[in-house]
Design a protein around this ligand. Structure first.
Ligand SMILES: Cc1ncc(COP(=O)(O)O)c(C=O)c1O
Length: 277
């Protein structure tokens, strides 16, 4: 599964090559990248299924819920059934008579009731009309912030895969040079930036093998003979560790303002850099 995380679109071309070579279907988690374009196409259309969370913090939201997209009619039918208690749309080719449901018992998939309400769908459709415009504003302000930060040594913004034609910004990830941070914990930098901007600024997620919920050795499905293979301590994740030790993230809505709001972010970052020196 490719997860487009922290405003970075995954290197889909390479992942598609691996997927074709080994005949492993590629899934995309696009929950942080609604509307991004990679190699001429919207992300979510590269994998066999693209999933978009619509939870309240996302670029497109219904408060909760999500969207799954596919070009495969079999997967489409199965997903419909999974979310509608195993039922599927009527197959008669004509609309249901008044007071009859549009969906009917199918009997081949055990689904659950995960249907989105019409109210939530209406909220999302309204948001969808604004999405491209808001993404364009966030991109323009991100470019402005990049230009402002060019004169502040020691802090940079995280970029995306080269083939990304339209990056989108679910979070604005700032990376501080290790030499600038010295002994300072990046969590303290996040707290200081948060206080300066009065925005929820946080450090990013820890590497997967340090995550408290990732405990494969406690799982009963891991056989004794496989314990060594599943032991998270076996993995060295230097890039994830470096990122965890040096990055903080700001929420996407801080790029929905005007030039003076971008200036506020740059001034706050400048102040933090001075404090770190
Ligand atoms: C990349 C990513 N995947 C999945 C999820 C989970 O989505 P949900 O909360 O809608 O289940 C989130 C955030 O909530 C996310 O950021």
């Amino acid at each position: 599964m490719a997860v487009h995380l922290y405003s970075s679109i995954a290197d889909l071309n390479s992942l598609l090559e691996i997927s074709a070579e080994h005949n492993i279907p590629l899934l995309e988690d696009c929950s942080q990248a609604h509307g991004a374009v990679y190699c001429g196409r919207r992300i979510g259309s590269f994998g066999v299924i693209g999933a978009f969370s619509l939870q309240q913090s996302k670029l497109l939201t219904a408060g909760e819920g999500g969207i799954a997209v596919t070009n495969d009619s079999t997967l489409y039918d199965r997903m419909q059934q999974f979310r509608a208690d195993g039922r599927h749309y009527r197959r008669t080719g004509c609309a249901a008579p008044i007071e009859f449901a549009e969906i009917e018992f199918a009997g081949d998939v055990a689904g659950r009731n995960l249907c989105m309400s019409e109210f939530s769908a209406a909220v999302v459709l309204g948001g969808l009309e604004l999405l491209d415009e808001q993404n364009a504003l966030r991109l323009a302000n991100f470019r402005l912030l990049e230009r402002r930060l060019a004169s502040i040594p020691g802090v940079s913004l995280v970029s995306t895969a080269a083939a990304t034609e339209l990056p989108v910004f679910y979070s604005i990830v700032c990376r501080f040079d290790a030499s600038l941070l010295g002994e300072c914990d990046v969590a303290d930098v996040a707290a200081a930036l948060s206080a300066e901007l009065r925005l929820p600024v946080d450090r990013i997620d820890p590497p997967m093998n340090e995550h408290p919920l990732y405990c494969p050795l406690k799982s009963s499905i891991v056989q004794a003979s496989d314990r060594e293979r599943f032991d998270p301590r076996r993995f060295d994740l230097p890039n994830a560790q470096r990122a965890y030790a040096s990055c903080v993230e700001l929420p996407h809505y801080c790029l929905l303002g005007d030039e003076s709001d971008v200036d506020d972010i740059a001034v706050a970052l400048e102040k933090i850099v001075r404090w770190l020196r």
